[in-house]
Design a binder for this molecule. Structure first.
Ligand code: AP5
Length: 230
């Protein structure tokens, strides 16, 4: 029921906001597939640039490996170019964007210009000890960026993606010392966005520490609540 209710909402963009390792990417893939809209992960876009050796990738690589945020102007240019493509006309799910107040304000201006209405923001709440386990156990497909976890979501064949057979790797920024820096960047630069969106009444929060299926249900319920409110 919650899923059917939420389905009408995706005329507007959706933002998944939360700390690193909270499960935003896992859920964004499921929700975007459900609605038939693109899943826009700025982390995946940057990793793709690193993989293909672009100028943006060369700039972003050392910053990402330190666990810091890539400068706003580079991110905004990349996002603007992506959402201008035809496949975003029916909506999209952002995962990992916006990440700073400047990014959030720039996105507001873009959405106002597009007359797409404000984005629905889902805030993923997870205790820090769970985040560490999720990130150190994460493995990602080199080809399609499918997400696994050696503890909670293992692939059928060790080291290989269930979807395309690609090699599963550990992200360089999933080392404990980099994870700590990413959490600091989140607390100082991204967490203030919770208050920013709460003030606009466009945010709903979920307990993202539960199982993947329980979190998916919570996301659809939150989208349904937001549909009534925004
Ligand atoms: P990015 O790739 O966006 O990383 P992040 O936000 O730190 O988020 P993660 O990808 O670590 O976690 P997630 O919440 O998506 O969790 P996932 O679903 O994978 O960014 C990387 C870097 O790029 C940044 O540090 C920065 O340098 C740069 N960057 C990106 N965007 C930027 C921006 N807008 N501005 C500036 N810089 C930017 O799940 C994690 C693990 O948990 C997986 O193993 C998964 O299988 C498992 N899991 C998920 N859900 C559950 C569950 N419910 N139960 C059990 N296990 C679960």
């Amino acid at each position: 029921m919650a899923q059917a209710d939420a389905k009408r909402l995706l005329a507007r963009p959706v933002i998944f906001l939360g700390p690193p390792g909270a499960g935003k990417g896992t859920q964004a893939k499921l929700v975007a597939t459900h609605y038939g809209v693109p899943h826009l992960s700025t982390g995946d876009m940057l990793r793709e640039n690193v993989q293909f050796g672009t100028a943006l990738g060369a700039l972003a690589k050392p910053i990402m490996e330190r666990g810091e945020l890539v400068p706003d102007d580079l991110i905004l240019r990349m996002v603007q170019e992506r959402i201008a493509r035809a496949d975003c006309a029916r909506g999209f799910v952002f995962d990992g964007f916006p990440r700073t107040l400047a990014q959030a304000e720039a996105l507001d201006a873009i959405l106002e210009k597009q007359k797409s209405g404000p984005a629905a923001v889902i805030y993923f709440k997870v205790p820090e000890e769970i985040l560490m386990r999720r990130m150190t156990g994460r493995r990602t497909c080199k080809i399609g960026f499918e997400i696994y976890n050696i503890y909670d979501r293992p692939p059928k064949v060790e080291g290989r993606c269930d979807v395309d057979g690609g090699e599963l790797i550990q992200r360089p920024d999933d080392r404990p010392e980099v994870i700590r820096e990413r959490v600091v960047a989140y607390r100082t630069q991204t967490e203030p966005l919770v208050a920013y969106y709460r003030g606009r009444q466009t945010l709903d929060e979920i307990d993202a520490s539960a199982s993947v299926t329980a979190v998916t249900n919570a996301v659809f319920s939150a989208l349904g609540r937001l549909e009534c409110r925004i």
